[in-house]
Design a protein around this ligand. Structure first.
Ligand code: NAP
Length: 208
């Protein structure tokens, strides 16, 4: 990940990625253009302690799929930092580590704008706000006045830096992809082809 030492604006796309899909990739691409980022660091979670573990593939497998998904782009890089760290995954720890690894860069943490309403329940939110700019994607139909009010509230309470980015409403979700696999339906175009082949070869999500 030597190339990241040259990047001045690093996007961080954290996710459970169970599995990674076209919506995640498009969001990253959109964020890169919107904020003029040099590139995106994809960060599969180690243990997403707030998520249902029922259908959760191990971190190593979600990492493998994420690597396949970004393999064809120099400006998309996959990190194993959270998977290697073990224990519950806390975003503040990841941002702390990235701050130390890439002191030359400004970090932009990319997330769905809904998260602005729950991020205060994440571990050490004040440390998250201190170490990054939040790049929050608002989908069509989200009430902009409520989002704007939340943004202002977080900025005043935590001295947070938050950019709101309009993003089209793509009805693609990891949950739906897992259900489709379970029903033997196609996931073509919902995930990159190498990821689709990997899921198929390993019979993932076939028995929910
Ligand atoms: P995920 O389900 O894999 O999704 C990753 C991101 O992609 C989310 O921000 C999600 O926003 C967005 N996304 C998914 N589908 C989309 C679509 N069709 N169009 C646009 N955006 C889409 O991952 P996650 O479990 O939500 O985790 C996200 C990050 O939050 C991870 O880095 C995780 O570690 C972090 N987190 C940290 C804590 C903590 O530190 N305590 C707690 C919870 C989460 P939406 O959620 O709006 O779909």
């Amino acid at each position: 990940m030597e190339e990241l030492l040259k990047w001045k604006k690093i996007g961080v796309m954290g996710g459970t990625f169970n599995p990674i899909h076209t919506g995640h990739l498009l969001l990253a691409q959109w964020a890169m253009e919107e904020a003029g980022l040099n590139g995106i660091l994809f960060m599969p979670t180690g243990n997403s302690y707030m998520k249902d573990k029922g259908e959760m593939l191990p971190g190593s497998e979600r990492l493998a799929m994420t690597r396949l998904a970004v393999a064809d782009r120099d400006c998309f890089v996959c990190s194993d930092l959270e998977v290697r760290r073990g224990g519950n995954t806390y975003t503040y720890e990841t941002l702390d580590a990235l701050r130390n690894m890439y002191p030359q860069a400004c970090l932009y943490f990319i997330l769905g704008a809904d998260c602005l309403f729950s991020i205060e329940n994440w571990y050490c939110p004040e440390k998250i706000f201190r170490n990054c700019v939040l790049l929050a994607a608002s989908r069509d139909g989200m009430p902009m006045d409520k989002l704007e009010a939340k943004r202002q509230e977080l900025e005043e309470r935590y001295d947070a830096r938050i950019l709101l980015m309009a993003f089209p409403n793509l009805e693609i979700s990891s949950t739906d992809i897992r259900h489709r696999c379970g029903e033997g339906r196609s996931i073509r175009y919902l995930v990159p082809d190498p990821v689709r082949e990997y899921i198929f070869q390993n019979h993932y999500y076939e028995n929910p």
